[in-house]
Design a protein around this ligand. Structure first.
Ligand code: DG2
Length: 249
């Protein structure tokens, strides 16, 4: 039997539309993003893919997306599990900066290294910086020494995969259809793990907002089909291209 895992990046956020690095800053969906989340519900309903349990990050754009998507397919009542391990990568001192301006100021190589390299971290965010979450009570359980102040994708893989192999895997093994509502980079980390994508090749993978990506997994939790299947492949391809181009004005 195959297990069903549905990955959903949140709908467009207030800061996605302004082209700002967001990371752990807790911005909400904009109107378009709410519509995308509702449309995700329609796509799930069309295929009768009804989640039994949902895992989200601790950020409202993912939480809100999960709620709208589940409400739209009458699954608002299912168990919810949340973890900071599904949060977006912490974008460090880049949080709050405009992506196109950052590219112009530092050049494309540095911009791409910060944005898409596997192991180059952005500069650390000071604990008292305007967009710091260091003292946010929702992260009090993370020991201070481990609480992120800037992460590269490798860091996200290191903190996200243990959650996948424990909590998410347990739900999949129990035969549940699992929805994971998360973020561009936490989902890139998960896709990298599932599809065994190399550190180099993951740079070219972009996840669009608001379109469910279905993975059918075998007993070893390996994808039956590499890359899974977007429920709206055309919109997903256009959305991924738009994400890739976010450095342009
Ligand atoms: C975006 C991803 O995260 O940005 O933090 O700016 O998925 O939470 O909107 P999300 C951010 P890129 O890495 O694609 O620039």
């Amino acid at each position: 039997m195959t297990a069903k895992l549905i990955l959903l990046r949140h709908g467009e956020s207030e800061w996605n539309s302004k082209n700002l690095f967001t990371g752990w800053v807790d911005v909400d969906l904009n109107e378009k993003g709410e519509g995308e989340a509702r449309h995700a519900a329609d796509l799930l309903k069309e295929e009768n893919l009804l989640p039994d349990v949902v895992h989200t990050s601790l950020l409202r754009r993912a939480i809100h997306t999960a709620y709208l998507a589940l409400d739209g397919c009458d699954r608002h009542w299912i168990p919810v599990r949340r973890s900071w391990r599904l949060n977006e990568r912490h974008y460090g001192a880049l949080q709050g900066l405009n992506k196109a301006e950052t590219k112009e100021k530092y050049g494309n190589d540095q911009f791409m290294a910060w944005r898409r390299s596997y192991d180059v971290r952005p500069p650390d965010l000071e604990h008292d910086g305007e967009y710091s979450q260091f003292n946010d009570p929702r992260y009090a359980d993370i020991p201070e020494a481990e609480r992120p102040v800037a992460e590269c994708l490798k860091d996200v893989v290191a903190r996200m995969v243990p959650y996948f192999t424990s909590d998410i895997a347990a739900d999949l093994a129990a035969g549940k259809t699992v929805l994971v509502a998360a973020h561009g980079n936490s989902l890139r980390a998960l896709v990298k793990h599932l599809d065994e994508i190399s550190d180099e090749d993951i740079a070219g993978l972009n996840i669009p907002t608001g379109i469910p990506l279905l993975y059918e997994l075998d007993d070893d939790l390996k994808p039956v089909t590499k890359g899974g299947r977007y429920l709206d492949p055309e919109a997903a391809a256009a959305g991924a291209k738009a994400v890739a181009n976010q450095g342009s004005k």
